[in-house]
Write a protein that binds this ligand. Sequence first.
Ligand SMILES: [Zn+2]
Length: 239
Amino acid sequence: MSEAASLVRLQEIDLKLLRYASTLAAMPQQKKMKTIDLAKRKVASELSKIVGQRKDVEIDIADLEEKLNHYKEKTLEVQASAATREQNYRNVQDLESQLTSLAKRIEKTEFDLGPLHESLEKLQLAERNARLTADRLDQELTNTRSSYEKDSASIKKQIVELSEERTDVVAGITPAVMATYETTRKRFKGLAVERLVGNVPSVCRVKLQPALYHDLTHGPSIAECPYCHRMIVTEEVDE
Ligand SMILES: [Zn+2]
């Protein structure tokens, strides 16, 4: 294969590789995987919020239960001390007032615990649901990924084959021509090389003036199009 033919083939390969890459990117599973990923992140941040709230409520409950136990123990102590104390009016009054005050505190603490237990139940339920959602999303992601792997396998195989061929083709092109090709293809979004078909360049299709045509066909087989400045292959190349 001549260098000019290699250059034409290189461009064909690169255009195909670009097309395959965009086919892969456009596969519905790609979009779905991104959506699942977003949902996973949202659930994870909700879950950590819920877990934080649940732990706070657990600490509040533990504090109140400790107080409650303390009041109950104190009540038992006061009741026990009643048996050992002299049963005069003052002592009875004093004991009764202590017991009443403790009973009130117990009642108040039990009352305060009620809504905390309700919150805890709600948070535990929310946490369970968030964990289930996270598991479901993980499963969905695994399924989508394997469906993507399956559907993209043949394209990936062709990409590998083309990449191998590309290496061979590049070996037949001089570094200077390669460098021009790389900069030109960036400039023209992939379409860096055109061929001369009769006296018309295949991409810009501006008919060459006779003098320019003469210069091109009598110069090197890889030149620059005087109109669009792409690389132009002037020798006959099979597609
Ligand atoms: Zn041109």
